[in-house]
Design a protein around this ligand. Structure first.
Ligand SMILES: C[S@@+](CC[C@H](N)C(=O)[O-])C[C@H]1O[C@@H](n2cnc3c(N)ncnc32)[C@H](O)[C@@H]1O
Length: 262
């Protein structure tokens, strides 16, 4: 996991103090100039936290946007139909409870909470988690309905899913464990979205994803859903069913049989 430097471009007193506190909390180096750099920094602007790629031809900033952008669009047109099918909404009296083990930019967790699921989520990168908290705060400030969903339906913390899933009590086991690990992808194809390239520079490749799936299968009551790029190999053989979208695929795995003591 890489540790980006932190850069405060805002001249507002409150933001400068925030940047210093964050640098201290995350043990990041604070810099006052990013001219001539070619790497990714965590930038504090007047209104948000963003991962900013520096240098010529750098892609735009990456930040958590739960209100507008592609997520806002997906929410209004329900473009995430395959995700909802994969977690098993169909013919259920109640929305399933979800544990999102790979929160990332919190998009999928938020969409599931928006659909009424009770979602617990973890992100192990402290930098990403700070960005999630920032995005949740902005969404809550922007819209009281989103604030209610974030307060009542989305429980997110900075932690490692291995630790959390292995320590779950019987009553805390979720219906569904959801995994969307980074996929080691070296090409610069348009399919590899800009966000994923920038995220990868901070969190790496999630090489332990197949082990996480094994643990997830012991924790889920009903199923484990793994999101993959459409043509990516399966994380483990023999999913029960796959739901295919335009660019992504959701592989659904059965829970592992329980040892008799559970
Ligand atoms: C591709 S991103 C997830 C994107 C997310 N589904 C979204 O909608 O924004 C994968 C994230 O999972 C996190 N991750 C991977 N393994 C993890 C683990 N064992 N515990 C917690 N977070 C993990 C990585 O740090 C990374 O931020």
């Amino acid at each position: 996991m890489a540790t980006p430097d932190i850069y405060c471009e805002s001249e507002l007193n409150g933001r400068i103090a925030f940047a210093k506190a964050l640098a201290n909390q995350l043990q990041l180096q604070i810099v006052d100039n990013i001219a001539g750099r070619e790497d990714v920094v965590l930038a504090v602007t007047d209104e948000r936290l963003e991962l900013r790629s520096c240098g010529k031809d750098a892609p735009g900033p990456v930040y958590v946007d739960l209100v507008g952008g592609s997520l806002g669009f997906s929410r209004t047109v329900n473009r995430y139909g395959q995700l909802f099918k994969a977690v098993g909404f169909k013919n259920q009296p109640e929305p399933p409870t979800i544990f999102d083990a790979t929160a990332g930019l919190c998009h999928d967790a938020f969409l599931l909470a928006f659909q009424g699921c009770d979602v617990s989520a973890v992100e192990r990168s402290p930098v990403l988690f700070a960005m999630i908290e920032d995005g949740l705060r902005r969404a809550s400030d922007a819209d009281p309905d989103l604030e209610a969903i974030i307060r009542d339906k989305l429980h997110i913390r900075c932690d490692d899913a291995f630790e959390v899933l292995t320590g779950l009590s019987e009553s805390d086991r979720p219906d569904v464990v959801y995994l969307d690990p980074m996929f080691p992808h070296r090409t610069k194809s348009a399919l590899v979205k800009k966000e994923m390239r920038v995220l990868r520079s901070i969190v790496g490749d999630d090489q332990d994803a197949a082990d996480l799936l094994l643990i997830a299968r012991t924790a889920a009551r009903k199923r484990v859903v793994v999101k993959r790029m459409k043509h990516a190999p399966e994380l483990a053989p023999d999913p029960m069913v796959c739901f295919r979208g335009k660019t992504t695929r959701f592989d659904v795995y059965a829970p592992a049989p329980l040892p008799s003591s559970r």
